[in-house]
Design a protein around this ligand. Structure first.
Ligand SMILES: *Cc1c(COP(=O)(O)O)cnc(C)c1O
Length: 367
């Protein structure tokens, strides 16, 4: 076995696919520090810089002072802090659904939610480019997975027509904004198809929430998302209607068999949502920067805070990211299997903390 392990590591390195953990210290956003260098970051999902917001930090400190650092139990034993109720009530109101359910993270949400909805004889029809956490949830469920071409509702319709009737339950899954491409799914078409074919539509809103204008549940039966990106905290959530929400609360194992979130995390997410309610204008800046950047660079117009700069080969992508890093600019080099073969890319994310000068610096570094 040890020779298999070493040869696998060697082969990953040869293919420029080895992943590295780089020590990174957050500075005032959009700056970070690596190897004692102050670096301008276009690599964070903290789209609004809320992880560093003074009011939100204060809420986390206050919660820790009052309630301590850890929850000490599952939500179903002693971990269900009153802050959960406040946070779930606020989220459900924002998304216009009956109920919101907070999970430990977005990843934990998918691996509990999907197996609670579908099982061995059921069918999942999902976009080709869905996130790894969705794939893992589907694998755990044991349901049959069929994929439609990226953002192709017609292909989804064909799969439904041919295969839907062979399975008791059917779940369609997409992302509102795709995590590595930044483009938007045809959610209203998919929602219509789901209704026509007695299926449920699950939409992953990890990269839409807090970046695009108030996106509520009218285009999906179930919305999931994360509190760890634009909300700047940690945790995952599901928003849906009754009785589905109560059903998920009974079934989702990753909700039941894990410790509840620390009070500070709940308090900071709650404070972030309150801030977004009071100052909704914050939300517009990341998309405005992304749009300006794509116009300047002659790229397809940005639809979100995420802009893919596709290079193709892994080695060239890494080389470009390293060249930018020498100029103290950080962007993520994304390689297979995270993205399809021959589409290695720089994944550029814009934040409300960037100024137009920052965006121009990136443009000059790339041209
Ligand atoms: C980040 C992400 C998740 C996972 O959320 P975490 O809270 O980080 O576990 C799920 N889906 C998509 C599309 C994501 O980008």
């Amino acid at each position: 076995m040890s020779s298999h392990i070493q040869s696998t590591l060697d082969s990953l390195e040869q293919q420029h696919l080895l992943r590295t953990l780089n020590e990174t210290t957050p500075l005032s956003p959009p700056y970070i520090s690596q190897n004692n260098q102050k670096i301008l970051s276009f690599a964070s999902n903290d789209y609004l810089g809320l992880s560093q917001h003074p009011t939100i930090k204060q809420a986390a400190i206050q919660a820790t002072e009052t309630y301590g650092t850890g929850a000490g139990g599952s939500r179903y034993t002693t971990g269900n802090h009153p802050l959960y109720t406040q946070l779930e009530t606020k989220l459900a109101a924002l998304k216009h659904t009956d109920k919101a359910i907070i999970f430990g993270s977005g990843y934990l949400t998918h691996i509990g939610l999907i197996p609670s909805l579908v099982g061995r004889n059921d069918l999942v029809i999902a976009d080709k480019l869905i996130h790894a956490s969705i794939i893992d949830g589907i694998k755990l469920s044991g349901a049959k997975l069929m994929r439609f071409h990226h953002n192709d509702a017609n292909h989804c319709k064909t799969l439904l027509k041919t295969h839907r009737d062979k399975h008791p339950q059917c779940l369609i899954i997409t992302e509102h904004i795709f995590s590595m491409d930044g483009d938007k799914a045809p959610t209203s078409e998919l929602y219509k198809l789901a209704n026509q074919h007695n299926a449920l539509l699950l939409t992953d809103d990890a990269h839409g929430f807090g970046v695009l204008p108030n996106w509520s549940a009218h285009d999906s039966h179930i919305i999931m998302g994360t509190l760890s990106k634009a909300i700047g905290a940690y945790g995952g959530y599901v928003c849906t209607n009754e009785p589905l929400a109560s059903y998920i609360q009974q079934k989702a194992r990753s909700l039941i068999y894990t410790t509840a979130l620390p009070p500070a995390t709940l308090a900071s997410a709650l404070a972030a949502l309150e801030l977004l309610e009071q100052q909704p204008e914050h939300i517009k800046t990341p998309l405005a920067h992304a749009t300006y950047f794509t116009q300047q660079m002659n790229l397809p117009k940005a639809e979100s805070a995420i802009v893919p700069y596709i290079i193709g080969a892994e080695q060239n992508t890494l080389a470009l990211a390293n060249q930018l890093l020498k100029e103290n600019i950080l962007v993520s080099a994304i390689r297979p299997p995270t993205v399809p073969t021959n589409t290695a890319r720089l994944r550029i994310t814009f934040s409300a903390c960037h100024t137009q000068e920052h965006v121009d610096m990136l443009k000059h570094a790339l041209t």
